[in-house]
Design a protein around this ligand. Sequence first.
Ligand code: BYC
Length: 314
Amino acid sequence: MDLQKFLNYVQAENKVEPKDVMPEDYRKLLVRQISQHAHSEVVGMLPEANWISRAPSLRRKMALLAKIQDEAGHGLYLYAATETLNDGTINADRDTTYNDMLAGKAKYSSIFNYPALSWADIGAIGWLVDGAAIMNQVMLMGNSYGPYSRAMVRICKEESFHQRQGYEILMTLCRGTKEQKQLAQEALNRFWWAALMMFGPNDEASPNSQKSMNYRVKRESNDALRQRFVDVTVPQAEFLGLTIPDKSLKLNTETGHYEFSELPWDEFHEVLKGNGPCNKKRLETKRKAQKENAWVKEAAIAFAKKQNEKLVEN
Ligand code: BYC
């Protein structure tokens, strides 16, 4: 495999497809990132699912249910995209990657290790978490691996509904009573730093960035995307009448960008090590669901086998 030829190919904006020859470390990087992305989608359903039965109206419940179902769909697209990278040397099938996550060997986004404590948190998740995810995923639509890039196009369309759903919940709370507005402010306080950490470590502390950029998986750096997110989100908070919980936040009129405080990186590393507020609970919930729902998978496999046998007979 001529590495330089491959780099020239992806850097000229060509797409790599599953059966194409590709460097082993490109394949590995993709399996790591796409499967972790898939895990984030399915673990990300948990904090919100906790509020389905407590949504304040039927309309809110329907919108939340639809959003959570979308996340399951995103997980499916992404596990399917990961499986296209199975080549006999790297095992990228769904059971393997999923079990790596259940065993705590594979990561999922740090943000889903925080609890959703009030209804306003559901608004903050849509506005900030889906908002941050869109910022990252719009960039990923242009990544060099065909199946990942196409999955991103579809996912981004759905994410923009999710973001608006969250913002609208907060807009309603902010136009409500003093207590409702206070709930919205507390949700922003809880989710602001955790949302900024979704973009990953600072560029100089990001071991995967350089390779990922060379291979055109990442198109922009962690810090560049984080800055863009802050720049678009601060005016949205002002419109809601909420205060970003960062005393150092200020607009630099020369650059046109907001300057903000250093992130709480110790907390980020603790969450990645499994010591966040909900890491253990999230994995326990997923392990329990896998055990209790194993019969569904067995029934689906038995049904598919029967259908195949019928096809062969005819
Ligand atoms: N959380 O070298 P770096 C959603 C890890 S779900 C946990 O910068 P990279 C939604 C990183 O993996 C959408 N781990 O890495 C669903 C690496 O460790 P490994 C979620 C993190 O890959 C339901 C190490 O730190 N979006 O929208 O170049 C409800 C060093 O980092 C995090 C995605 O999954 C983190 N925040 O860049 C609502 C996007 N940050 O793997 C909403 C896809 C870093 O070497 N992923 N790490 O052991 C990416 O774009 C990139 O993987 C990242 C990190 C930007 C996250």
